[in-house]
Design a protein around this ligand. Sequence first.
Ligand code: AHM
Ligand code: MG
Length: 329
Amino acid sequence: MKKLTTLEEYIINAQNKFPGARGDLSQLLRDIALAAKIISREVNKAGITNILGLDGASNFHGESVKKLDLFANEQLQSALGRSNITCMVISEENEGVVRLSDESGKYIVYMDPLDGSSNIDISATIGSIFSIYMRPENKKHLTESDALQPGTKQVAAGYVLYGSSTIMAYTTGMGVQLFTLDPSIGEFILSDKEVRIPEEGNIYSTDEGSYIYWDEALKKYVKYCQAYDPETKRPYKARYIGCMAADVHRTLLQGGIFMYPDSSKYPNGKLRLMYECNPLSFIIEQAGGLSSDGKKRIMKIEPTSIHECTPVYIGSKGNVEKLESFFQA
Ligand code: AHM
Ligand code: MG
């Protein structure tokens, strides 16, 4: 019989490979996993308990906030507050940084507590995304600018998807591991180790309804994806879930490219650098893929504000390199 490995066991085994490790990062990942289980339970009963629908408020971006967004935000923040490991949380749902009770905590955590929230009402996949940085050393009182670190400085990142099953993917810079929640025992079970993204895929993923707002290079690239050339498996298939974490997860497993461009509608793109693009870029790069803003590596962008947006093109190495060649032409 196949031996099952739980997330707990996996994290402890990984930690034991580093003699002297204090286990703080392990605890942080366990705290996030605990919140994820609670969110997963709530997502599954959302329709029944009438938690679906607008909560009536708007978040500070002016987007309507749904109840599950608030619930997920609260659960993750309270889980992170349990262990005095995190000093600051930056969330899509909070305008400023949220300081946790222990200001000496070692880690700064960015999160999108509920990504793809327009999918809530149709019972389609939604997710939570997280990105973890070290606080600067020898600095007592942190300011927001201490949280503005490029994606290359992430010490860990991952996402949880609440779909036909609940899965968690994370990396600490040593490959990508996937866990699937078994709700009957309440444990995340290791389902895939050191996941590799295909070198090249035949799926492109973007909101093509916004074609009219795109620049010429992107229009030409999408026409390339649609052209007939059996040798390069074209025309590609189009897939778009409308939840970046879910679209990137499919891309991780099946290959291809996910794109949220800048456009005349969104001059800097729509997706957030710090809690959407950087963590998913870390995952994809760790699996052998690439992530670009069209010209340069996403994780090299020097952030200037905690909620900034960036265009993003992410996926298989071959597909992202091809896309970049259209931007250079
Ligand atoms: P959210 O975090 O408020 O849910 O918004 C982010 C989501 C992404 O997950 C998804 O890729 C994108 O917005 C979809 O946007 P659009 O509706 O413009 O296609
Ligand atoms: Mg989001």
